[in-house]
Write a protein that binds this ligand. Structure first.
Ligand code: KE4
Length: 412
């Protein structure tokens, strides 16, 4: 397999050393094939928000397995999960399930273009919307990690309609609209960036994009594949009170099985085949196993006090990391929202991708390895976010903070 992995970031290229090969996961923990246990702050890059292999999810899957793994036909379960997503996410009146965040984002772009009749789109530097060609322009996550601003194999003709602006820069977006009158189908962004490291929207940024898109007859699209059901039950849009026209989702809604989704205003979604002319399809879309895992995961998350608990755990973690860095006189800036967190080794603030790239990524790599040796599994790239879960206990957080203190001492 190229690089020995099924997804580039897992190869540890940007932090060095050999990756950890997992044998099993449970709750907040992962065990490698040698039996070493790690406290896991990746959680399969988002899906494991209830804790890995949650007993209720596993039990529901075991029951569903008896009825088969894939139907290729309508089933009740996809309607049940659709209703849960529609009830939870403010912008979603109608939803289509696919099999990954990439598939959700490439489909939503086709819909943006079909609905407006316009070809151009605006994305932000450092935001990652999966690996479809049109988005591989100054993308974040693995593209940033590998320093591939524009991947080979992506024709200029494909990305010529992709316009980019710095995150948190409303003026730059205004200029793009002025330079491309009536040509921009919409603006797509991570309402909280988790693929350039963790970058939060400045006050007024999301609201400003909402106004600008309305003013220019363009669509506002929140890519909540990562933030969806992670920063609140209604995602970042519910938390910030800014409702986009369309939303992409993934990760959490599959509960660890392959699920992506795109949804939004019924008037727009009615364009999707077979209701409308915009084609999009998928053999395994809406399959009963993935729907079962998603339904049960959202049922667990919907319970009273879930997000308060996730918020408290994550704030304790990031607060302790910052404190440990300051004690070690290491420049750091960091924050958290819901069960997402991130930090950069620089004074800050980190407003956009340029700021993120200027942070001390070499120190990040050294700390990653030091923490790994102390049984803590952090994202193997400075251009990723960290993830907590309902399974991370106070003892896990304290053990993690002790490992940070020891690692800062060892590395410095
Ligand atoms: P997938 O195709 O990987 O399911 O989703 C793509 C995607 C779309 N939008 C956002 C905001 C995302 O974060 C992602 C995927 N996130 C990465 C983590 N940075 C997945 C991990 C990986 O690439 O291995």
């Amino acid at each position: 397999m190229p690089g020995g992995v099924s997804s580039p970031v897992r190869a540890f290229r940007s932090v060095g050393g050999q990756p950890i090969v997992f044998d099993r996961v449970k709750g907040a923990y992962a065990w490698d094939v040698d039996g070493n246990r790690f406290i896991d702050y990746i959680g399969s890059w988002g899906p494991a928000i209830c804790g890995h292999a949650h007993p209720e999810v596993i039990a529901a899957l075991q029951e569903a397995l008896e009825k088969g793994t894939s139907f290729g036909a309508p089933c009740e379960l996809e309607n049940q999960l659709a209703e849960m997503v529609i009830d939870a996410v403010p912008s979603v009146e109608m939803v289509r399930f696919v099999n990954s965040g990439t598939e959700a984002c490439m489909s939503v772009l086709r819909l943006m273009r079909a609905y407006t009749g316009r070809d151009k789109l605006i994305k932000f530097e450092g935001c990652y919307h999966g690996h479809a060609d049109m988005f591989l322009v100054k993308a974040g996550s693995g593209v940033a990690t590998l320093g591939l601003p524009d991947s080979p194999g992506v024709p200029r003709s494909t990305t010529s309609n992709t316009l980019t602006a710095p995150y948190n820069d409303l003026e730059a977006v205004k200029e793009l609209f002025a330079e491309n009158p009536d040509a921009i189908s919409g603006v797509i962004l991570e309402p909280i960036v988790g693929n350039a490291g963790f970058i939060t929207p400045e006050p007024g940024f999301l609201e400003g994009l909402r106004e600008l898109t309305q003013e220019h007859g363009a669509l506002l699209v929140f890519d909540e594949v990562m933030s969806g059901f992670r920063v609140s039950y209604g995602g970042a849009q519910a938390r910030f009170g800014v409702t986009p026209d369309l939303t992409t989702m993934g990760k959490v809604i599959g509960g660890g099985l392959p699920v992506g989704a795109y949804g939004g205003k019924a008037e727009i979604m009615e364009m999707v085949a077979p209701a409308g002319p915009m084609y999009q399809a998928g053999t395994l879309s809406g399959n009963p196993l993935a729907m079962t895992a998603g339904i049960k995961t959202l049922e667990v998350l919907k319970q009273e006090g879930t997000y308060e608990r996730l918020e408290t755990t994550t704030q304790r973690l990031i607060g302790g990391i910052i404190e440990a860095a300051k004690e070690a006189e290491v420049p750091i800036t960091g924050s958290s929202i819901g069960a997402m967190f991130g930090f950069f080794f620089c004074e800050g603030p980190v407003r956009n991708f340029e700021d993120a790239k200027a942070a001390n990524t070499e120190l990040f790599g050294k700390m990653h390895r030091a923490m790994l040796e102390r049984g803590i599994y952090l994202a193997p790239s400075a251009f990723e976010a960290g993830f907590t879960s309902l399974a991370h206990s106070e003892a896990d957080i304290e053990a993690t903070l002790q490992a940070f203190r020891d690692s800062f001492a060892a590395v410095s």
